[in-house]
Design a protein around this ligand. Structure first.
Ligand code: SAM
Length: 292
């Protein structure tokens, strides 16, 4: 079945399938994002690197300064891996939202009864948040933007729900700015695969998403700072594949279908590695504090 982006329901369908077949969770755990290996990168267990990624983004974006009990919206929360760390480790009160009903059901199932009152989940479209203006102390969004057809609307919604004085933490897969360095024929072909295989309508560049955020009518004069974590996250691509060899039972336990599902993802993962290693893609991070 094709996973080319059609609309947000095609994204929901893709994540419902990834969640229901259980392969990604069995292989990669509760986090559907890259790991943080440091810069220069050092050898690290893949799952530990994913945890480090969350802690590093909390530190870099200064969410670590939020007092316990502060409210955080996690936009595109997957099956809740980051939300649970934010609630359990930092004492934050988190609402995670995803377009995928299967992910939200799984996120709720993985959250202990003890944590559940401070770590809630709901099906919601990031481009149409059913949430009041200025209602969260922080907004967190990791690797969700590649699925957004309207990047300006995504930026506007993140900032609309952020309180004055609130903090923003975003991580994104970004493309090189093609208006500065046009793509070669090979790069255009690779880019098409990266878009169509994983339900991505388009990637923003670091510069264009920074402008989307900073020029949003809801930014209220906010300054958005960016970083490039391409080197620090690059080993995660190859690790994503090697996990299959390290945990063969995770794949083989699902029978021949598990093997086929795993093999299907390998070409796109290798192309992602190539694109991030050569600079066609960049791993952008974005932070800012809304003026009080
Ligand atoms: C690569 S996953 C990242 C998941 C999670 N942030 C993590 O790091 O584990 C992308 C997430 O964005 C969500 N997503 C994509 N489009 C969305 C939309 N329009 N509204 C809400 N969530 C969306 C997907 O359902 C998925 O949970």
């Amino acid at each position: 079945m094709s996973r080319a982006f059609i609309d947000s329901s095609s994204v929901a369908q893709a994540y419902d399938n990834w969640t229901n077949d259980a392969l990604l969770e069995r292989l990669w755990g509760e986090h559907i994002h890259l790991g943080f290996y440091g810069d220069p990168p050092r050898r690290r267990d893949f799952r530990a690197a994913k945890h480090d990624f969350v802690h590093e983004l909390v530190r870099w974006s200064a969410l670590v300064q939020l007092p316990p009990g502060s409210t955080v919206l996690d936009v595109g929360c997957g099956i809740g891996g980051s939300a649970r760390i934010l609630a359990a480790h930092y004492g934050l009160d988190v609402l995670g939202i995803s377009i995928s009903p299967a992910q939200i059901a799984r996120a709720q199932a993985l959250t202990t009864a003890e944590l559940a009152p401070r770590c809630r989940f709901a099906v919601m479209d990031a481009l149409d948040l059913q949430l009041a203006d200025q209602s969260f102390d922080a907004v967190w969004s990791v690797e969700a933007c590649p699925h957004m057809a309207d990047k300006q609307r995504y930026a506007d919604e993140l900032l609309r729900v952020l309180k004055p004085g609130g903090r923003l933490a975003v991580a994104d897969w970004n493309r090189r700015d093609a208006s500065v360095t046009p793509m070669t024929r090979l790069e255009r072909w690779v880019m098409r695969q990266l878009l169509d295989n994983w339900a991505h309508p388009e990637f923003a560049s670091i510069e264009s998403l920074q402008a989307n955020l900073q020029l949003s009518p809801y930014a209220a004069g906010m300054v958005i700072e960016t970083g490039d974590w391409s080197r620090a996250t690059l080993p995660a691509w190859v690790d994503s594949i090697l996990e299959g060899a390290r945990r063969p039972a995770a794949v083989l336990g699902l029978g021949p279908r598990g093997l086929l599902l795993g093999l299907r993802e390998i070409p796109t993962i290798l192309l992602m590695h190539w694109a991030f290693a050569t600079g066609l893609m960049r791993f952008g991070v974005f932070r800012g504090q809304k003026p009080a």
